[in-house]
Design a protein around this ligand. Sequence first.
Ligand code: B12
Length: 216
Amino acid sequence: MQDTEKLISDLKDAFVNIDSAQVNELLKQAIELGISPKTIIEKAIRQGADEVGKKYEACEYFLPELVMSGEMMKEAITFLKPKMQAEGITSSGKIIFGTVKGDLHDVGKNIVISMLVVAGFDVTDLGVDVPPEKFISEVETKTPNILCMSSLLTHTMPELDNVMEILKKEGLREKVKVMVGGRPVTKDYADNIKADSYGKDAYEAVEEAKRLMAVK
Ligand code: B12
């Protein structure tokens, strides 16, 4: 018990200190000690990420630390995912996520995805500069519960609307909930294009995704 608590606390500290080698080492030790992936994610990774976020808001950390923490989350989840599946942890819902056509920003998207995965969602990342046809074909073939789109540039925001229009035209609009976000995107804009949801950051994105899953 003592060992478990110490290891989880050390892992969280390593995450907050952006010590990725130590995070990877402690992750291995935690699994060897038989700590469940869910506990590791909730008590070490998620809480560590919360603290990194607070440090960013307090201007103690800057963009490089945020990027690194996103990468560490991604690595931790890649390592833990097969173990979660082996444990039979069920998914909270299926999500397709991408940054719209013409936009190459992905730091925010990657953080939101990591937090959604930590919350138990099964997320497919389509990457950046995703053409509308790709979003549409993924909705058609993978039948996700939620389609998430990110736009960091004002001039690529119309792509969000464009995808909404094509979804409607293809008769797919009723089959998927749509959540949009990114720095210039607002709740008003999301309402205007008739998206189901908007989140200003990763925390809101997770809360909104859970809310959407509860809506019939
Ligand atoms: C890093 C950066 C870049 C990097 C991107 C690297 C990468 N791999 O992402 C590089 C150098 C490539 C880049 C390029 C450009 N950039 Co740039 N970039 C930034 C910068 C400094 C930080 C973005 C970032 O990562 N923020 C940190 C993350 C955590 O925040 P975030 O992305 O907003 O994401 C959060 C929320 O928005 C939300 N969220 C994001 N997506 C989603 C999706 C959903 C569904 C939900 C619910 C929530 C959500 O949750 C996230 C986590 O909290 C911003 C300035 C800024 N302060 O934002 C400019 C900025 C976004 N860029 C800008 C510009 C203009 C450009 C360029 C056009 C510059 C140029 N002339 O070439 C190019 C465009 C390239 C392209 N085609 O995309 C402008 C955009 C202005 C506008 N409103 O259109 C900004 C605002 C800078 C500025 N003040 O002028 N950029």
